[in-house]
Ligand binder design. Structure first.
Ligand code: GDP
Length: 440
């Protein structure tokens, strides 16, 4: 599911690879790709436009942390916005009442009857309710039989009356039946049509007015993309439903409906159907859906952790020191500590896309930095600030103090010198340009 969309998002973020900062210019290309990805996934045009506009504003207004790349930051912002677009937090179906009454609406074939069964099963097994299913389709006897089959499967009573041709009467009688039989939730499955149809709308609207349900749900097939959104709009204008059920998310859906419905009708998706079986339903969690759509949940948590740990002032101070070539062992130590605070090194590396697999068989000790730290701790404050004064006899003393070999001490000093040179060079844009030229 959503594989195409995920791939395209990934491609969009690649545009920012190698960029130091997010700018009006380099973000334009990424956003163009993001918008194209959304439109290809059948997301509503206005929704896609609004989405990229918000992402742009947020991205330009946010500092890129040293610990993350602009591409990674963009993934995080898109993730946040996708969640927002899909409604933020999950919302429950309201089944309270005496009895609670849930009315189903939707086109024929959307999965309404199947979902009615799934919901009854969910309320019975997960919420300890005693539901009653009601067949209100007065046109298709087969639909009534289908509900009975499902009811038998899950052990839930089904109320129907093939003689009665007025759905309002059936619904009312069913509610009376529930009251006298101790059913505390009534789920009413109504008749659908293949397309939007005035008679169907007025019929559902009449039932709704007559029974005053605690919850009216609109069921829609996710695979129908933009049509799903248009149908949702038409139903909502007419019956003002409370929530959406998106079915067939296990199929080859492009994701457009999941992303745009909330934005277009301002009603949350409450459940998703993920198969034909009675237990194939999931509560709709916008965050989990955003994870699946972007397929980059790891990058998102990497950025979150970096943001949690990151100290803005400290970063500025460091940058200044690097520019002046004053980066010393104290700074080095505090950087090490920052990295350590972010967690287990292997976990951290595993979060970088593509690295997880590569790191699988590599052993990194959790205390990989222990030896380095020991060496630095054995230096005097003066030596840490001015490593150039570390001569042979000082090296010997440091080695002894830290319990490391002289070779280890030499190695660290050399690495530190090289890093410092490199940092100095990279902090200067002109040098950087020269370096790139040489590499070509
Ligand atoms: P209704 O006309 O709206 O009541 O639709 P049905 O409940 O009869 O469903 C139409 C078809 O879609 C049936 O074959 C169902 O088994 C199938 N269906 C319903 N929900 C799902 C789902 O979440 N995933 C899949 N793969 N099929 C579903």
């Amino acid at each position: 599911m959503f594989e195409n969309l995920t791939d395209k998002f990934e491609k969009a973020f690649k545009v920012l690879k190698g960029q130091g900062q997010i700018s009006e210019i380099n973000i334009a290309e990424t956003l163009k790709e993001v918008r194209r990805a959304l439109l290809d996934a059948d997301v509503n045009f206005n929704t896609a436009k609004e989405f990229t506009k918000t992402v742009k504003e947020k991205a330009l207004g946010r500092d890129v942390l040293n610990a993350v790349s602009p591409g990674q930051l963009m993934v995080k912002i898109c993730h946040e916005e996708l969640i927002e677009l899909m409604g933020g937090d999950e919302t429950e179906v309201n089944y309270q009442g005496n009895p609670g009454i849930i009315l189903m609406s939707g086109l024929q074939g959307s999965g309404k009857t199947t979902f009615s069964g799934k919901l009854a099963n969910f309320l019975k097994s997960k919420k300890g309710k005693n539901p009653l299913l009601v067949a209100c389709d007065v046109y298709r006897p087969a639909a009534i039989d289908q509900l009975h089959v499902l009811g038998d499967q899950i052990g839930v009573e089904v109320y129907s009356n093939k003689e009665e041709k007025n759905p309002v009467n059936i619904a009312n009688a069913a509610i009376q039946h529930a009251k006298s039989n101790g059913n505390n939730v009534v789920i009413i499955d109504t008749a659908g049509r293949l397309a939007i149809d005035e008679q169907m709308m007025s019929e559902i609207s009449d039932v709704k007015n007559a029974i005053n349900p605690s919850e009216t749900l609109f069921v829609v097939d996710a695979m129908t993309g933009q049509d799903a959104v248009n149908t949702a709009k038409a139903f909502n204008e007419r019956i003002n439903f409370d929530g959406v059920i998106l079915t067939k998310l296990d199929g080859d859906t492009r994701g457009g409906a999941a992303i745009s419905i909330k934005a277009v009708v301002d009603k949350p998706i409450k459940f998703v159907g993920t198969g034909e079986k009675m237990d194939a339903l999931d509560v709709f969690y916008p965050k989990r859906m955003a994870d699946r759509i972007l397929g980059m949940g790891d990058v998102v948590s990497l950025v979150e952790r970096a943001q949690e740990q990151y100290d803005e002032k400290e970063a500025r101070r460091l940058q200044k020191k690097i520019k002046k070539n004053q980066f010393d062992f104290n700074d080095f130590l505090s950087q090490l500590q920052q990295v350590k605070k972010m967690g287990n090194v292997k976990d951290l590396m595993g979060m970088i896309p593509g690295m997880g697999k590569a790191m699988k068989n590599v052993e990194i000790e959790d205390d990989a930095f222990k030896h380095i730290e020991a060496i630095i701790y054995s230096m005097s404050p003066e030596e840490r600030e001015h490593p150039e004064i570390i001569n042979q006899s000082r090296k010997k003393r440091i080695a002894k103090g830290s319990g490391q070999s002289l070779t280890e001490v030499n190695k660290l000093l050399k690495q530190f010198g090289d890093t410092k040179k490199m940092m100095k060079m990279m902090s200067n844009k002109k040098n950087m340009a020269n370096m790139m030229k040489q590499m070509k």
